[in-house]
Ligand binder design. Structure first.
Ligand code: GAP
Length: 595
């Protein structure tokens, strides 16, 4: 299925479409319609179930606008750039690395230095995709992807729309660790919007300027905490490590999580653990596992905060697209926020046994430092304290020198009152490391739709349908009166619908057009079950009955109305299969042929 076909189906059936169409549309912004919003919500719930609830993590919801200081500290102001080349003829901006990838065999051009990208544009005579003018000689610039805004009226305070949900978790670490009772490891998740002013948004909801991320930040003690690898050790992964990507005849490595960690293909056991969990979750939500791989980032491709990163990539219309990333962020973010805010981003780690240690201290005599150094005396005292901790031997001679703001200050060692004390310590402050599984919800919605698309024929008529997992399907069940002008059928349909809704199922009703057309409409949006209320079901002398049809096989059974709600609930939770129902109730003949 091509991108265009999927986008057309998505628009026709209310999954997603470009926003603000009445004003000509706004590139990079999409609205999820009734089907898409329901599918996306179900997908988020499935993610929350797997990565928050079942993992014992907690979820927060932070603001999407954050002050400049956050991004100065996180490094996004300096390092969150893409390569932009502007056409001198039509003025259109393009992502230089994408132009190269489209025109050559180079796969990850964003990992190349700017000068090499400029050279490749020259070498391959690349032209502007909009007007066809030559781009050779045009400068390639680093373009920061964050949307800037002003907080408050007037000149206000400079702020940015967050480019990742993660920062909303990191900046609150000092409080979040209290909620976790200062015990590592602990995980915090967030599902919400992120914003990137993409140079050239493309491929529908795959590259947009506002999108939803589902992120988990797992805070671990790098020396003590190991993941429960046993839970996923036998999960098979298709890996594409850096050395295979760089080799002439490089290939995928099919290996279990346990072996990949053991032989070092995946260096971090935590990352390996989450790759295993993610693979199982992707299967649960209906991603085609033959079209899924995990690719390690090339060194030049990693984000400024990442020590290592593996992407989950799905094959979509012949291209491999990143749908989730698994990074080891080390203590980068917590250290940066500690340095910039002055707050402690550490956790107190108790020793097994208290330790007796020697600690060098100073107690500078301010009645001497004050007159000598004036306004700088306080900073000189702080510098002496820091030096005592770092290098006690500096106090061995009669004088000691410290540097403050590039200037040297020399002090008599006696004035510093240097001492070495023996103290008993119960523990130490450690800065946790962060492991981050980060999922792009829109891209996964797209993948699930593309991988669920099927064509076949029912009763000699061709149809297309979405084989969505019932857990994700926007609607659980559609209820049809066979004809709309029979009050007995329409009123029983209404009763059945109300009863199914009371059971917690999402129900739609449809009484227009032939029953075949109504089935096709539901097939196309992936509704797993349809119920038809017909005269046979109300005219017998026994209980009222309806037919229940399964989407993928188009198989039908006739069952009593009073059994319907319980059977549908059991089908949607996996407690029952449709074959169980075919064995329990009267089957209705249908002919399905796969094409
Ligand atoms: N906190 C880590 C982080 O933001 P990322 O790889 O930049 O990592 C995570 O983003 C996920 O967000 C990606 O795997 C992708 O699925 C999704 N994503 C990133 N940029 C996107 C965009 N412009 N449009 C849609 N989804 C995007």
């Amino acid at each position: 299925m091509t991108d265009r076909e999927l986008s057309e189906l998505a628009k026709r059936r209310g999954f997603f479409f470009g926003s603000n169409g009445v004003y000509g549309g706004t590139a990079g912004f999409y609205t999820f319609g009734p089907q898409g919003a329901a599918l996306k919500r179900n997908l988020e719930d499935a993610w929350r179930d797997r990565f928050t609830l079942r993992q014992g993590n907690s979820e927060i919801e932070a603001p999407t606008v954050m002050p400049e200081a956050v991004f100065e500290a996180s490094g996004h102001l300096d390092g969150f750039d893409d390569m932009l080349v502007e056409c001198a003829t039509c003025g259109e901006s393009h992502r230089a690395d994408h132009l190269i990838e489209d025109a050559t065999d180079i796969e990850e051009a964003e990992s190349l230095p700017v000068a090499e990208v400029e050279e490749l544009i020259r070498e391959h005579d690349l032209a502007c995709p909009t007007c066809g003018a030559e781009l050779a000689g045009e400068p390639v610039e680093e373009f920061n992807l964050m949307f800037e805004t002003t907080i408050g009226p007037g000149s206000g305070q400079s702020g940015y729309l967050r480019p990742e949900t993660a920062q909303g978790i990191f900046v609150e670490f000092p409080r979040l660790k209290e909620y976790a009772r200062n015990q590592l490891p602990f995980g915090v998740t967030q599902i919400g919007p992120a914003y990137r002013n993409e140079i050239s948004p493309r491929r529908g909801i795959i590259r947009v300027r506002e999108f939803t991320q589902a992120e988990l930040e797992k805070f671990v003690d790098p020396e003590r905490d190991d993941p429960p690898i046993g839970e996923v050790a036998d999960v098979e992964l298709t890996l594409y490590p850096v050395d295979e990507q760089q080799a002439e005849d490089g290939d995928y490595v099919d290996v279990t999580v346990g072996d990949a960690i053991e032989d070092g293909t995946v260096e971090s056991a935590w990352v390996g653990y989450y790759l295993g969990l993610a693979k199982r979750w992707f299967r649960r939500i209906g991603v085609d596992l033959d079209r899924l791989r995990f690719r390690q980032h090339l060194p030049g491709e990693r984000a400024h905060y990442a020590a290592d990163c593996w992407d989950a990539e799905a094959e979509l219309a012949g291209n491999w697209i990143e749908i989730a990333g698994f990074s080891t962020r080390s203590d980068y973010d917590l250290r940066k926020h500690e340095e910039h805010s002055g707050e402690a981003f550490t956790v107190f780690r108790q020793y097994d046994e208290p330790k007796t240690v020697e600690r060098a201290t100073v107690d500078p005599d301010m009645s001497v430092l004050g007159p000598e150094f004036g306004g700088d005396a306080g900073e000189v005292a702080t510098a002496l304290e820091s030096l005592a901790g770092r290098d006690p031997s500096a106090f061995d001679s009669e004088e000691v020198t410290v540097e403050v703001d590039g200037e040297e200050y020399t002090v008599d060692t006696d004035v510093a009152n240097f001492e070495v004390e023996t103290v008993t310590e119960a523990g130490e402050h450690v800065r946790p490391h962060v492991i981050e599984p980060s999922f792009g919800v829109g891209r996964i919605v797209y993948t699930v739709l593309e991988h669920a698309y099927r064509e076949d024929a029912v009763d000699g008529e061709s149809r297309t349908y979405l084989a969505l997992e019932p857990e994700l399907a926007p609607t659980d069940v559609a209820v049809f009166p066979l004809v709309s002008n029979d009050d007995r059928l329409t009123s029983l349909s209404a009763e059945v619908s109300a009863e199914l809704r009371a059971e917690g199922l999402s129900v739609t009703t449809d009484d227009s057009g032939s029953i075949g057309r109504r089935y096709r409409r539901q097939d196309e949006i992936g509704t797993p079950f349809c119920v038809t209320v017909d005269r046979d079901g109300i005219e017998g002398d026994g209980k009222e009955t309806v037919t229940l049809r399964e989407r993928d096989t188009a198989a039908q059974v006739r069952l009593p109305v009073d059994a319907l709600a319980a059977e549908l609930s059991a089908l949607s939770t996996g407690g029952r299969t449709f074959v169980d129902l075919e064995n329990a109730y009267e089957s209705v003949e249908t002919d399905v042929s796969r094409t």
